[in-house]
Design a protein around this ligand. Structure first.
Ligand code: HEC
Length: 147
């Protein structure tokens, strides 16, 4: 009887190991699911907070939708709080009243200090290298919406 018990221990360990692997697999597939949800979310191009959020995400996490031959948009060149302010300024370039109009002045200053090297002073960029940030809707947003 006690020998049978000894045999049961490795079996039990095997079962535990099997289920913990399975749990890890489930967690991974949830993460993958949330990523694809992020990619396939449609962004309403006529809603100021949605456009600001898109811009904020591009600044914080970078972007490589266009696959330009030069470089992708680098992530995190400014702090997340600064990104919100720049997004407020960029929303005005598309004719929106941003959710925090009081951030526009500082956002403009931050944009000139951090972004115009690539996107040019008026934010118009350079065809084939840096996207035009005054285009309405932003082309990257349009591409994301298409899926
Ligand atoms: C090193 C050059 C570079 C710098 C600096 C840079 N960008 Fe970009 N940016 C790019 C490139 C390249 C893309 C296109 C990325 C892609 O392929 O998705 C881009 C894309 C974007 C987009 C998306 C445009 C669209 O049509 O969807 C926004 C918004 C943006 N940048 C804002 C900024 C802001 C704000 C800053 C400053 C904090 C900044 N960028 C700094 C190169 C740069």
């Amino acid at each position: 009887m006690s020998r049978l018990f000894l045999l049961l221990i490795p079996l039990l360990l095997f079962i535990i190991a099997f289920f913990s692997q399975k749990k890890r697999y489930i967690q991974q597939s949830e993460i993958r699911h949330s990523n694809s949800y992020h990619i396939h979310t449609t962004i309403n191009p006529s809603c100021a907070p949605c456009v600001e959020k898109y811009i904020e995400n591009v600044i914080n996490y970078g972007s490589n939708i266009f696959h330009y031959p030069t470089s992708p948009m680098p992530a995190g060149t400014v702090s997340p709080q600064e990104a919100k302010k720049i997004a407020a300024f960029l929303a005005t370039l598309q004719g929106f009243t941003p959710s925090h109009p009081e951030w526009v002045e500082e956002g403009k200053y931050l944009f000139y200090g951090n972004c115009t090297g690539c996107h040019s002073n008026e934010g118009k960029g350079k065809k084939g290298y840096f996207p035009d940030l005054t285009r309405k809707p932003l082309r990257g947003m349009e591409l994301l919406n298409k899926g």
